[in-house]
Structure formats: C-alpha cells, structure tokens
Design a protein around this ligand. Structure first.
Ligand code: HEM
Length: 446
C-alpha cells in the first residue's frame, strides 16, 4: 500500500474553479503534471508565477544568486502582524545581520548543550502519552512546543506563559489561512493586508506573552543568573560586523519565529512519521529494537539511531512540512529559456520535487533504504530540500534532525502505533503539511 497522496485536479480548470480549489488546499489544487514538469507558469491578471522543479534552476535561486531572489513580500504579508521583522521575513542586510547573531546558537557544538533539554521533553512526551485511540498531531504539536520552550527558555510547556503561547498560536493559525495562497492567487497586492481583526488581536496577545519572557530573561542576564540556553546565547551574541546585539523588540520577533518555525514543522514531520510506521509495522519493529540503545541522556547515542534517522528523512521527503516556498525575481532573468520578469513569483515546491517522477525511483513509495543507494544519494544532493538550501537554509535543520529521531525512538521504545480502519489521513497544506481531519492511530504499550 502506498502512503497517502492528495488527489490531483484535472489538467484544465477555469480560473474561478482554480481559486475555489486553492481556498480549500494548495496541494490538491495542482494538476498531476507538476510531478513530471521541470517548470510551470501560472498567469494571473496581476502577476506571473513560476513553479520550478529543475534542480539547476533551484540551485541558481537558492545557492548561486540568492540575493537576486529575495523572499516574496506577498507571502510574508500574512505573517507580519505576528512575526514583525523576524529573520524568516527580512531580506538583504537586515537579514544577514540577524543570521550572524542567530546562527552561532544552532551550531553543531551547541546542539550537544541543547540535547539534555530535548531529552527531557522526549521523556515528558512518553510519560504524558495515554493508550487508546489518539489524534497524533495533537500529541506531536505539544511535544514539539515543549522542546522549543525547554531549549529556548529552559521552561516546560506546562509553564503558564508557555502553555498560553501554545494555545494562542493555534487560534492564530486558524484565523489566517490567507498566508498560503497569497503568492499564487490572482489577487492585487493590497488584498492580503486586510487581516481579520481576530488575527491581529491574537498576534498582539502572543507578542505580549513573549515580551514577558524576553524581559525576564534580559533581567536575568543583567543579574548574571540567566540559564545557559538558546535565548541567553542569542541575546548575548554580538554581531562581529556591527558590534550590536538584538534589541529587546527584535528578540520578540525572533522568538516568535523560533516558536512557529520550530514547533509546527517538527510536529508535522513527527506525526507523519508515526503514521508511516503504523502503515509499515515491520519498520516500526526495527526502530523499536534500535531504540533499546537509549538508556541515559548522552548525545553520543544519536550516532546509533541510524534507522530512525533514515525513516525520519524519508518521512520528510514524502511529507515535507514546508511544502512550498516563494521567492520574488528581484531582476529580470531567463529560466530554461523562458523570460521571467522582475517581480514574478518563483514557487519552489519541496512537495513536487520530492515526488518528481523524472528524478526519483518509485517516488511515491516509502523506502528508507533508498538513502543507502547511489541513486538515492544523488537525489538527496540534487532534489531533496525539506529545510531549503543555500545561505537561507533553515537555521534549525541540525536541531530538527536530532529532535525528530530522538523523540521518535523514545516513543517507539515505549509504545506501539497501529492504523485505525477507515481513517486514512489526507494531506493538506495549512501553514505546514497536515492531515485534513487529523492523524488517528491506536496507541498501545510495547
Ligand atoms: C522538521 C523540522 C523543520 C523543517 C522541515 C523546517 C523547514 C524550514 C524551511 C523549508 C525553511 C525555509 C523557508 C523559506 O525559505 O521560505 C525554514 C526556515 C527557518 N527555520 Fe526551519 N524547519 C524545521 C525546524 C526548525 C526548527 C526546530 C527551528 C528553530 C528552532 C527552525 C527555524 C527556522 C528559521 C529561523 C528559519 C528562517 C531562516 C531564514 O529565512 O533565514 N526550523 N525551515
């Protein structure tokens, strides 16, 4: 049995129907031919957009000329009330300075320091999980949020402010679906600015809560009593080029994105991985056996969780949590001998790239062994980008590749996850790839 894939739409539909489909879900609004195309063009009355699946063109956009393809302002508009000028939305020199301050906190060596907090979050997830029929996205969202609060601020999700931020974020997501569609839909540029009032209010509440956390931390840093976690690291790092640190307001923007980018994505990936393991119980058993090696909290154990890592990578291929990314052509360019005007939207789609029929062998099959083959390795280099690529690659990629396999292994050591008949999840794109009606599994003790 193949892992669930959303139905494609017919090749030709009217613009009106396309808009309607889009409002439901970006993934099923696309025709099947995008899984074979190197490039596709969408014309709208207001702008052009191009979806690019050609590894050479992707390389150009992300690695060779990243400054010529800034993040699209059409997409960021919807997130701005919440994220302000966070590193996820900025471009140019502002973005470069922010990365210089943030990147050191996520370097390899720091991951080792962050590991005990992740381990504690994983243990808590195991002790919270109850047996029986369970909606798994909820479980993984809670666990991933816990990881972020513990690693960033040394507080568990049960902390009062942490749990409030968590529940407000859910409201925010429900109230602003426009984010996903702004780049494709033929809307004039001013449209997405009309945020619903509720969206703006929720954003303000979340930022108020985060402000309390960053202010308290600034005071602890001043008093010399701050814990050695990611927040302290980021708030005390001086940009080597300008000699500046983040201002307290800027830090709020960054915390908001760490929370959003860091927990939504990992939650989606973990939930889909658990579903895949329920679908392929022989893999689940192999991972549970491997997980027997988890004893005491020791970073070195990560090098032993090889199967867990391969399975997690394969889940990120089939269900990339960020299904599409959008850039804007900052100058006129030619892609595959086609003219791309300045201001065109360039859609990069890990979703289509990872299942591309002309690149991958058996693209829709779950096969964690593929990473060991020569063709799998080549695809991993050229056509695999769950974390994006180039200078704008996800800052949390290394972090997520520890968190994912660790949580997975801890859960599988203690529990068994089984399918429930008639409850096959249908992937849809919200802020991240989620299941239309959740991912339901039967949880039992191992
Ligand atoms: C499985 C988990 C994750 C996936 C699949 C993922 C994926 C991505 C992708 C695709 C981007 C690029 C978006 C774009 O260019 O439009 C991105 C950016 C980012 N991610 Fe992640 N991410 C994950 C986990 C995390 C974690 C754990 C953190 C932080 C703790 C994080 C922080 C960020 C930040 C700050 C950016 C913005 C980077 C920039 O624009 O310079 N992510 N992520």
């Amino acid at each position: 049995m193949l892992p669930p894939k959303p139905p494609a739409r017919p090749d030709k539909v009217s613009l009106w129907r396309y808009v309607k489909l889009f409002r439901q879900d970006i993934l099923s609004a696309q025709p099947a031919k995008l899984y074979r195309a190197w490039m596709a063009e969408f014309r709208t009355p207001f702008f052009r957009s191009f979806m690019v699946n050609d590894p050479k063109v992707l390389n150009r956009v992300l690695k060779e000329q990243p400054d010529d393809f800034p993040k699209s302002s059409r997409v960021s508009e919807g997130l701005r009330p919440l994220l302000g000028d966070s590193v996820f939305l900025t471009n140019g020199d502002v973005w470069k300075r922010q990365r210089r301050i943030i990147d050191p906190a996520f370097e390899g060596g720091r991951l080792r320091d962050t590991f005990p907090a992740m381990w504690e979050a994983a243990e808590s997830a195991v002790s919270r999980l109850e047996t029986g029929v369970t909606e798994i996205e909820e479980v993984t969202s809670f666990a991933a949020a816990d990881v972020i609060f513990r690693t960033l601020f040394s507080i568990p999700i049960e902390d009062e402010i942490a749990s409030e931020v968590f529940s407000e974020f859910r409201d925010y997501q429900r109230s602003q679906p426009i984010v996903n569609i702004a780049a494709f839909l033929p809307m004039p540029r001013w449209m997405p600015r009309f945020f619903r009032r509720r969206t703006r209010e929720t954003a303000k509440t979340i930022r108020g809560l985060i402000r309390r956390l960053t202010q308290a931390r600034a005071a602890e840093i001043a008093a010399g009593t701050a814990p050695d976690d990611l927040a302290t690291k980021i708030m005390t790092t001086v940009d080597p080029e300008t000699g500046e640190k983040f201002s307290p307001e800027e830090m709020i923007d960054q915390v908001a994105i760490f929370f959003l980018a860091g927990h939504e994505t990992s939650a989606s990936a973990l939930a889909w991985t658990l579903y895949l393991l329920a679908l392929y119980p022989e893999w689940q058993d192999r991972l549970a056996e491997e997980a027997e090696q988890l004893e005491a909290c020791d970073f070195a154990v990560m090098s032993k969780l090889k199967l867990s890592r391969d399975v997690f990578r394969e889940a990120l291929r089939l269900y990339p949590p960020v299904p599409m990314m959008v850039r804007e052509a900052g100058c006129p360019v030619e892609f595959r001998e086609r003219h791309v005007a300045k201001g065109s939207q360039i859609v990069l789609s890990p979703w289509h790239l990872h299942r591309h029929e002309r690149i991958w062998e058996r693209p829709d099959e779950f096969d964690p062994e593929r990473w060991k083959t020569e063709s799998g390795r080549q695809c991993a280099r050229e056509a695999y980008m769950p974390f994006s690529a180039g200078p704008r690659v996800c800052t949390g990629a290394g972090f997520a590749m520890v968190e994912g396999p660790l949580l997975l292994s801890m859960l599988l050591k203690a529990f068994r996850f089984e399918l429930i008949e008639g409850r096959e999840p249908v992937p849809v794109a919200h802020l991240t790839v989620r299941a239309k009606d959740g991912i339901w599994l039967k949880v039992g003790r191992r």
